[in-house]
Ligand binder design. Sequence first.
Ligand SMILES: [Zn+2]
Ligand SMILES: [Zn+2]
Ligand SMILES: [Zn+2]
Length: 298
Amino acid sequence: MARPILVIDDSESILIRIKEFLEKLGQNENYLENNADAGLKKFQELAVDGIHPIVFMDYDIKDSSGISILSRLLELDTDGEIIIMTALEKDSDVISKLINEGAYEILSKPIRLDMLRNVLAILELENDSTSNKEDITELLKTSNRLSEAWLSDKLDISIEELGKYTEKWISDKKIKQIDDIKEVFCPHCNSIKTGHLFHCPQCKKSDFNQIDLIEHYPCGNIEEETAFINDKCPNCKKELNAIGVDYRKIKNHYVCNTCENKFTEIGCDFICLKCNKQFTEEDAIWKSSRGFLKIDQN
Ligand SMILES: [Zn+2]
Ligand SMILES: [Zn+2]
Ligand SMILES: [Zn+2]
């Protein structure tokens, strides 16, 4: 039976589009939520009923911050697969980090039907223990860089057994070996399936928003963007002229919705997606294994 899908996106038109795609793919149990809090509430309700949906979440959602939502989802339930949708470039630094933060997959907007089809096919393949392990094609559709440890986990076979497949994939020119890849493992159960939990450094809660600050050069005032009503500096009352000339935007500031602390350095712990235990960066186990890179067939 197909798993239910929860889509969280602040754009109604994107929600409708994704719903249409999902229905075309035969997915009929879909929950659509247009803000972070409603999405989290639905996710929790489903978790209480023992339902672990596949979540498609908008990373650039207006009423929260993508990493805050990701952390809160993981805290509620680690058995749902979380797929992030973002307008960011696929090879940007932020994106390459997200996979390690507990997201299952990243899709670049605009979302197309074939993207959804691929990601759902891979999920199905992974949950099907009788699938053909020699076929790496599906796995390569989403990831360019793979480690031996990651592959052995995904395919549910030992590193030794994996060896005979990787040799074949290398000779078939599907992948090539690169430098070893270092990854975090759970100190409790040794699983590679781990995610980051981001939190406010003061109260350790994961519910925070991203805020943009503006620095007004003529008077030196730095304040939240929302304080610049009608583009006027609240300090010197002058109008903002041109970005980069008389003012700049400062990104990556956060405000905690629990204790109202403002911060730039987000606190970070890990959560094991297998045993659900949380652990700190100091307790995390780092291990290296052989790395592989996908060879483009075109
Ligand atoms: Zn664990
Ligand atoms: Zn706080
Ligand atoms: Zn000013």
